[in-house]
Design a protein around this ligand. Structure first.
Ligand SMILES: [Zn+2]
Ligand SMILES: [Zn+2]
Length: 212
């Protein structure tokens, strides 16, 4: 006589039908549970991961919204672009250098480009940018990030240009979309200054036209 033995519990049945019934009754649920359990653990893991991701994102957004001055809006409150150039004794400071890139969230040069400022918060001034890279400016002096000061002295003068014109607003000027800025310290001739002004890039227009 043919033996109908359950492979799971070794119980013997007299027909294949009763074995089948037994299997369905005793072992199906168990196997279900066996497959369910890891499934539930996976769900739990996914939930934990989601909590971590959402929590992390919340912390990030919160941290990002802290700007350095109450005068400034939140990060993302604007997105404007300004072409700029800073000459010290005829040499342009290279803001494409890593140490000058993305120095702060609210204003920065980025993407390895050193002649375009991205303003990401309202109220940000040119001086705010300079401070993010440890430089500063006032009516008399430009301070480099190595601490060296370049001040009005003899025929060497500090000049701030806003859209091609000399301006005395170097300290208070709020960056404004598509403006062109230049700082020049030295004893350059009018002709040389014109060349410096002409060297300011024209990247802001295309950058601000982008939908981001
Ligand atoms: Zn940016
Ligand atoms: Zn930008």
């Amino acid at each position: 006589m043919e033996e109908h033995k359950c492979a799971d519990c070794e119980k013997v049945f007299d027909s294949s039908n009763s074995l089948k019934q037994h299997k369905e009754a005793k072992h199906t649920a168990q196997t279900d549970e066996k497959t369910k359990k890891p499934g539930m653990d996976k769900t739990k893991l996914i939930i934990y991961a989601l909590i971590l991701i959402i929590g992390g994102a919340a912390v990030y957004v919160f941290a990002s919204s802290i700007s350095s001055s109450p005068r400034m809006g939140a990060i993302g409150s604007t997105h404007e672009h300004v072409d700029f150039k800073i000459y010290i004794n005829g040499n342009a400071i290279n803001f494409a250098q890593q140490k000058y890139q993305l120095a702060a969230q609210y204003v920065h040069a980025e993407n390895g480009i050193g002649t375009l400022l991205h303003k990401h918060a309202t109220g940000v001034t040119f001086e705010d940018f300079l401070k993010t890279v440890n430089m500063d400016i006032d009516e008399n002096c430009f301070k480099m990030d190595d601490g060296k000061k370049y001040c009005n002295e003899g025929d060497k003068t500090l000049k701030f240009y806003l859209n091609g014109k000399i301006s005395d607003k170097s300290k208070t000027y709020e960056l404004h979309d598509l403006d062109k800025l230049m700082v020049s310290y030295g004893n350059e001739t009018e002709e040389q200054l014109k060349e410096q002004l002409a060297s300011i890039t024209d990247l802001a227009k295309a950058e601000s036209g982008k939908k981001e």
